[in-house]
Design a protein around this ligand. Structure first.
Ligand code: KIV
Ligand code: NA
Length: 270
């Protein structure tokens, strides 16, 4: 399994880091088989697999349930798990207790926390030995305030983001995810920080990229953000399911090759 020191070396050598979300046993197995460098059990699972309206509805129990399945499917891949809405920003000791619970109960390699306001809990986690990935730029748990659009579009906001990135690094974050910000800003932050910076909708200048499994495979998603590239098409699954339905109706399924041969009735005494 790759470890933090490997991601540090990759940053240093300019070898890009690939990261993909996974939410269950089969998607985790696929990510590991594809030799993806790092898996994120994102709270995007609220939308991709649970049908929630936003990540605000995702609970700690949801995250633990899915992260455990991912861990079982990808035993040899570095797994990061999201701290869900409402577990950060209460007070330092409550936040830290949630972080300990998520880290310990899932056997993940790191936890990810949205926002620069989390700096104190990042510091606390670092002190007690929990690797933290920070997440800045567009932080979907705050969509009610920010919406889902490109962030840091003014000079002041860009400067603030650079300061926030420095703050989370100084607080002990081991990596940083930057979402939906201008590419030149993402590159400057990547060059400024010593920790690996993973981008999503942040251009090619970061140390790595992260995308959502269901976006990459066009699996049950209606909306395609600009930064999403589709590498496969699981939507054809619907055609397959229609064929199954039709064949059941026509008694074309199960044909003989799918049927056990064992006969019993001719052996039954009348
Ligand atoms: O939840 C998620 O999938 C994420 C990534 C988009 C970074 O946080
Ligand atoms: Na997330």
């Amino acid at each position: 399994m790759k470890a933090l020191k490997d991601f540090m070396r990759m940053k240093h050598d300019g070898e890009k880091i690939s990261m993909l979300t996974a939410y269950d046993y089969p998607s985790a197995k696929q990510a590991e088989a594809a030799e993806i460098d790092m898996i994120l059990v994102g709270d995007s699972l609220g939308m991709t697999v649970l049908g929630y309206e936003s990540t605000v509805d995702v609970t700690l129990e949801d995250m633990k349930h899915h992260a455990r399945a991912v861990r079982r499917g990808a035993k040899d891949t570095y797994v990061v798990v999201d701290m869900p809405f409402g577990t950060i920003g209460i007070d330092e000791s409550a936040d830290t207790a949630f972080a300990i619970e998520l880290y310990r109960d899932t056997n993940a390699n790191a936890i990810k926390i949205e926002g620069a306001h989390a700096a104190p809990v990042i510091k606390k986690c670092h002190a007690i030995g929990i690797p933290v990935v920070a997440h800045l730029g567009l932080t979907p748990q705050s969509f009610g305030i920010t919406g889902y659009q490109l962030q840091a579009t003014s000079k002041e906001a860009a400067k603030q983001l650079i300061e926030d990135a420095k703050l989370v690094e100084k607080s002990g974050a081991m990596m940083l995810v930057l979402e939906a910000i201008p590419s030149d800003l993402a590159q400057v932050i990547t060059e400024t920080l010593t920790i690996p910076v993973i981008g999503i909708g942040a251009g090619v200048g970061t140390d790595g990229q992260v995308l959502v499994y269901h976006d990459v495979l066009n699996y049950g998603v209606e909306h395609k953000p600009k930064f999403v590239k589709r590498y496969g098409d699981f939507s054809t699954g619907v055609e397959a399911l229609k064929n199954y339905h039709d064949e059941v109706k026509r008694q074309a399924f199960p044909a003989e090759e799918y049927t056990y041969k064992k006969q019993i009735m001719n052996e039954v005494d009348e």
